[in-house]
Design a protein around this ligand. Structure first.
Ligand SMILES: *Cc1c(COP(=O)(O)O)cnc(C)c1O
Length: 450
């Protein structure tokens, strides 16, 4: 195994050394070469080194350079050096992180990482926490806890009896709700379309004055960080009202929640700590390798009631068993990289990572505005929306920027306007990456407009 693992490490190191010097989107020839993977299953045992070499030769060039410093599509983080290294080591451990009995080390790392996250995010220290695959599953898990809690209050054990004959729940979302929340509601039997949608303002923030009447059978879903504008629903105006009515407040904070780590942006999160459940990602702004999402629930018993298998099935010890808090039963030790990210960054490094991304986003906005482009959003964190004129021109500029290869940005439609969306979410992005990308955008836009 020695030589094989050394070879894998050497190839991975080479990849990361070069990822900043290649076009961000793979070359057409590299994509064509993926066709070589379409072969029949080998009939016999193959040489491991040859399998690895094939993987590296064909797939590495066809990857998107999301781990480099000039990928600004969707909201995609890179992986911090310490998290990638921890990921390799944890891969060698190959632990099943479901239970303490299977992996005391993985369980303890999750506990420590949880304590640190609750601290930097400003959330209640006794939250129940689940390490899941992504924010979609974190939203699912938080809403499952909400569903359990609201029904338990009415004397209905929804986890045992399901929704058959159960009294209805009202789910309130903003008009700008992320699609993953709707998907989670669908999976929970609460319905993607059965929601009450609250109108939003020009930044996509839910209007507190437009909330429907709430009661103790309602879930209000807030958003901390709109995927287009980065805007935050006004929790300080909504949460007290919702809590007074007895409603459950769930927060989708896939990336925005991390703004709490920087004092300069913390005001955006006013009121959020009073919610009941929170979903976030570690694979976005915390820059751990895919995949990694986290759910926090103020009253841990509700998450546990929704997620725990039967106590009779397993030997339970004194310590927290991770699989009591997640939809997954067997799973990888996801807490390892979260621990490594926070342990390596420290409070100062985390603040710097978040603040630096926001500063880069502002630089993009200023540079593009100076070049005559319209910035469609208030750049409050790391997201920038740019219009290059009419929808067709904007679409052409986006395609041309992507083809140029210096950087990669995607497109979106924001309140009816076609826009290029820049998301700065990577630790690896430097001032030079921003200036190079900005120049490429301005140059390409001028060519398209000409
Ligand atoms: C990215 C995102 C999600 C979904 O996150 P995944 O990790 O892709 O499941 C949910 N909500 C918001 C606001 C997001 O930006």
């Amino acid at each position: 195994m020695d030589e094989l693992l050394r070879d894998a490490a050497a190839r991975a190191i080479r990849y990361r050394q070069n990822v900043g010097n290649r076009p961000v989107w793979p070359a057409a020839a590299a994509l064509d070469a993926l066709g070589r993977l379409d072969e029949a299953l080998p009939a016999t045992r193959q040489n491991d080194a040859a399998v690895l070499a094939l993987l590296d030769e064909i797939a590495s060039p066809a990857t998107v350079a999301t781990s480099g410093g000039r990928y600004f599509g969707f909201v995609i983080g890179s992986s911090l050096p310490a998290t990638l290294a921890a990921n390799w080591l944890a891969g060698a451990w190959d632990q099943n992180a479901g239970g303490v009995i299977q992996s005391p080390a993985a369980a303890r790392l999750e506990e420590v990482a949880t304590t640190w996250m609750l601290d930097v995010l400003g959330l209640p220290e006794r939250c129940g926490t689940g390490f899941v695959t992504c924010a979609t599953m974190a939203n699912f898990s938080g809403l499952a806890a909400a569903r359990h809690a609201l029904y338990a209050r009415k004397g209905w054990d929804v986890d045992r009896h399901g929704l058959f004959g159960a009294p209805p729940i009202t789910v309130v979302v903003g008009e700008e709700v992320h699609v993953s929340v709707l998907k989670a509601l669908g999976l929970l039997g609460l319905g993607r379309d059965r929601v009450v949608r609250v109108p939003v303002d020009e930044q996509g923030r839910m209007r507190a004055d437009a909330l429907p009447p709430l009661d103790d059978h309602a879930i209000v879903c807030l958003q901390a960080g709109n995927v287009n504008t980065g805007a935050f629903d006004p929790a300080d105006a909504i949460v007290p009202q919702a809590k007074r009515a007895g409603a459950w407040v769930h927060v989708d904070g896939a990336f925005g929640l991390w703004a709490a780590a920087t004092p300069a942006r913390a005001r955006l999160l006013a009121g959020y700590a009073e919610a009941d459940s929170w979903a976030t990602d570690a694979h976005k702004w915390l820059n751990v390798p895919y995949d990694s999402g986290i759910v926090f629930v103020r009253d841990a018993q509700h998450l546990r009631a929704a997620m725990s298998i039967s106590a009779a099935y397993l030997v339970r010890g004194e310590r927290r068993d991770p699989d009591d808090y997640t939809p997954e039963f067997s799973r990888r030790a996801r807490g390892v990289e979260v621990w490594a990210a926070l342990r390596s960054l420290g409070r100062e490094g985390l603040t710097d990572l978040i603040e630096r991304s926001c500063r880069h986003a502002s630089r993009f906005a200023d540079g593009l505005r100076a070049a005559g482009c319209a910035i469609l959003n208030d750049v409050v964190i790391n997201q920038v929306l740019v219009s290059f004129g009419d929808p067709e021109t904007t679409r052409q500029v986006i395609a041309a920027v992507q083809a140029d290869g210096t950087c990669w940005v995607g497109g979106t439609v924001w309140q009816g306007q076609t826009a290029m969306r820049i998301s700065v979410s990577s630790w690896a992005t430097t001032d030079e990456d921003v200036e190079r990308s900005l120049s490429a955008m301005v140059r390409v836009a001028a060519e398209v407009r000409a």
